[in-house]
Ligand binder design. Structure first.
Ligand code: SAM
Length: 273
């Protein structure tokens, strides 16, 4: 008898891909915005993919979600009112709740991502049950144009800069973001793999530098994202300074990571120049 193996591969280029051996494909839907697939993998538990790119896996989601929320949390004054754009899986909101944030607005363009996450990642999406999280299904770009509210932190937890997320990396969008940040507020975005997607990092850095005086890039190791090395870019109208006081450990995040993730290899500095 011949054994059949099933694999899901995320293609990085014509010549490179990362493959996960899967037990099963649990879902595949085409929404108005994107294609959503869900796999049960051998090594990483359930894996959510959008348009063929890994969004999260059960096993390593903690790295991304801790790093996009906890790093900006410890700079400037203590945040209390936070906006998440994207993040339909609920993972960023969940970490913000863990940090004690009492007012979280989460604007996700595709309600299907929320529903899939509630069904297949109930722990991660448990944030949407909290009375402290207000979920709005809508376009983050439109929301930011129409809202009058000011936030302490704005977390752009989006897909890569193609399709509905393209505008989330533009200078015009960051201009609108600035008008919704408090004086020492901070915006942070995921900005892709410096190795395989240097243009995403360059785009986020350029767009933010056009609008904000203070921009910082930091890195994390995320095993299931392209190359493993991932970048985040954060910016503020004020100088960004670490607050005094103790730092809470996550599973990835701790005080060493908070300091060390800002030390950049030379090839990353070159992307930013
Ligand atoms: N951790 C992920 C990554 O970097 O691969 C991001 C995960 S989260 C699921 C990304 C979400 O951003 C998707 O659910 C997508 O629908 C949402 N998104 C994309 N463009 C958006 C927009 N313009 N407004 C609001 N949400 C958007």
């Amino acid at each position: 008898m011949r054994l059949i193996e099933n694999w899901f591969s995320e293609r990085y280029s014509d010549n490179l891909q990362l493959s996960f051996r899967i037990k099963d494909q649990l879902l595949s839907i085409k929404t108005d915005y994107q294609r959503i697939d869900l796999f049960d993998t051998y090594d990483f538990g359930k894996l959510l993919s959008i348009d063929g790119t890994v969004q999260l896996t059960e096993k390593d989601e903690y790295v991304y979600h801790e790093m996009i929320t906890m790093v900006p949390y410890y700079f400037n004054s203590m945040p209390s009112n936070v906006l998440v754009i994207g993040g339909g899986d609920g993972g960023a909101a969940r970490r913000l709740l863990d940090l004690g944030i009492k007012k979280i607005t989460n604007v996700e363009i595709d309600g299907n991502v929320v529903e899939v996450s509630k069904k297949y990642f109930p722990d991660i999406a448990s944030s949407f049950k909290s009375p402290d999280v207000k979920l709005i299904v809508g376009d983050g770009i439109k929301f930011i144009k129409e809202s009058k509210e000011k936030f302490d932190r704005i977390i752009i937890d989006s897909t890569d800069p193609v399709g509905p997320a393209e505008g989330l990396f533009s200078g015009d969008f960051y201009k609108d973001i600035k008008s919704h940040l408090k004086d020492d507020g901070i915006v942070v975005t995921q900005s892709g793999s410096p190795s395989y997607q240097p243009s995403a990092l360059a785009m986020a850095n350029k767009g933010m530098s056009e609008v904000f005086k203070n921009v910082k890039t930091y890195l994390a190791f995320i095993p299931t994202y392209p190359s493993g090395l991932w970048s985040f870019t954060m910016a503020s109208p004020s100088e960004m300074k670490l607050r005094d006081g103790p730092v809470k450990n996550g599973k990835y995040f701790n005080s060493d990571v908070l300091a060390g993730s800002f030390y950049l290899p030379e090839f990353v500095k070159n992307i930013l120049r």
